[in-house]
Design a protein around this ligand. Structure first.
Ligand SMILES: Cc1ncc(COP(=O)(O)O)c(C=O)c1O
Length: 459
């Protein structure tokens, strides 16, 4: 792997990158309404990054921050990779925008072909969008429209799962199961139901890889069929490994069981691979990793190494085929975004896939996983820790909640890690680790040492 150039410190102009005021006590502008951020706390102590390379960020003041989160589960090849940077710059100069409705840019076709080669066999039609949220909503619309196009228009019901995360659009939060993301937004989509989640500390605490217990939870789908009838159900959408809810690898056999129940009842299975796509578990997709092929698969994040927004739905050809009728001047699927297959995103993605291939990154997590697993589980016994989970290059350290203040200890852990020069993602009281796939032993050691220090100091 040629990482040497990418992981060294940036040129000495780091400080000049400090465009916004960022020093502690010097609060940034209030004009920016920040997403999913405790904004009042942030203004008091901003966590600003101004430069990135390889495994690291740098603050505007030049402080080095180890990236243990791949940005936000997306920078799989590490930051500012030269091939990707060059491709974006060249593309912007060559073709800045191409309307995607009734016109196209050749790189979109090239990229679709490349993605199909990486995807599980049988998934060979790619629809582009701009984010994971859009990919989830697109896949759900495809499922409902597919059933209608083949004459089963009663199949409109969508089944999600408790603790699921499928982005923030109305479709995604409707099938999603994270209460904090749902409770403030009214009734959402009708005709949705949820399988039970698979988190089971009593039976599975401190599992390494997939937990032993819980395959039977897939039978919840039979309960939904008994309640609603299969003829009303279009699709089930789940994350093969739930990430945003705090890292929940699927119980052994769960995905296989869900697949066979879907098949039995003619229900489409959608895997949301926004986090697991592009090598996170040690295979190009979780579907490949677990040997279970969905009918529709969503991707985003690592598709461009996080450099340019892009999402995609990869579908089985049979699904697209049923749309191919009606007058030829009418779009067969009335859906799309102004920025679908944006030339910059396509160029970034093609260069990203090349970088992944050049360096074997889509399978590297499988090689690093044993050392990463041992390192993460060495935190067992640290203060507040009630569970540790891992799979591929994903780790989770679940902390006991402070009574009456769920999420507070997790939040404090994130802030304390930042103060010690490390970026982690926390969700509730779970610290999630998902370093770039170029992570080396020395980085893993530093991640664990930092966490050990932080866990000692947390109230
Ligand atoms: C499984 C899953 N689906 C969808 C999304 C939403 O993606 P985006 O934030 O790009 O809309 C995420 C984001 O973390 C995700 O983890």
């Amino acid at each position: 792997m040629n990482q040497v150039l990418d992981t060294k410190a940036p040129a000495a102009d780091t400080k000049s990158a400090a465009v916004a005021t960022t020093a502690k006590g010097n609060a940034p502008s209030e004009a920016f309404w920040m997403p999913f951020t405790a904004a009042r706390q942030f203004r008091r102590a901003p966590r600003m990054v101004a430069k990135a390379r390889g495994m690291f960020y740098w603050t505007p003041e030049g402080r080095e921050i180890l990236d243990a989160a791949a940005g936000l589960w997306c920078v799989n090849a590490g930051h500012s990779r030269p091939k990707i940077v060059k491709a974006i710059a060249e593309q912007a100069a060559e073709l800045d925008f191409a309307p995607p409705f009734n016109f196209a840019n050749p790189k979109a076709f090239e990229l679709a072909d490349k993605l199909v080669k990486l995807a599980p066999a049988g998934l060979n039609r790619v629809f582009f969008c701009n984010s994971g949220s859009e990919a989830a909503d697109t896949a759900m619309k495809m499922a409902i429209a597919y059933h209608r196009a083949r004459g089963e228009g009663t199949r409109t019901r969508l089944i999600g799962r408790e603790r699921g995360y499928h982005g923030v659009n109305f479709g995604g939060i409707s099938v999603g199961g994270m209460v904090g993301n749902r409770k403030t937004f009214g009734p959402m989509l009708g005709g949705v139901d949820h399988l039970r989640h698979t988190h089971d500390l009593a039976r599975n605490a401190y599992s390494r890889g997939v937990p032993e217990h819980g395959a039977e939870l897939a039978d919840d789908l039979e309960r939904m069929v008994a309640l609603h009838d299969a003829s009303s159900i279009a699709a089930v959408i789940i994350e093969p490994m739930a990430g945003s809810t705090g890292v929940l690898p699927p119980p052994k056999g769960y995905l296989q069981r869900l697949r066979s129940i879907c098949d039995k009842h003619g229900i489409l299975l959608i895997f949301d691979e926004v986090i697991t796509g592009f090598g996170r578990l040690g295979s190009p997709f979780a579907a490949t990793h677990f040997g279970v092929t969905p009918d529709l698969l969503t991707a985003a994040k690592g598709i461009t190494n996080g450099c340019v927004p892009m999402g995609a739905v990869i579908a089985k050809q049979q699904i697209q085929d049923v749309f191919m009728n009606g007058p030829e001047h009418v779009p067969e699927f009335a859906h799309g975004y102004t920025y679908s297959a944006h030339p910059l995103a396509c160029a970034a993605s093609l260069a990203t896939l090349e970088t992944y291939a050049d360096e074997g990154l889509l399978t590297r997590a499988a090689k690093v996983a044993p050392a990463f697993e041992a390192a993460v589980h060495s935190l067992k016994g640290s203060r507040h820790v009630i569970d540790i989970r891992n799979i591929g290059l994903v780790g989770a350290i679940e902390l006991e909640s402070i009574p009456g203040a769920p999420g507070k200890r997790g939040f404090d852990a994130m802030v304390a890690c930042w103060d010690k020069g490390m970026m982690v993602r926390t969700t509730g009281d779970t610290i999630a680790l998902s370093p770039p796939l170029i992570v080396e032993d020395s980085h893993i050691d530093r991640i664990i040492d930092t966490l050990k220090g932080v866990l000692k100091t947390l109230a």
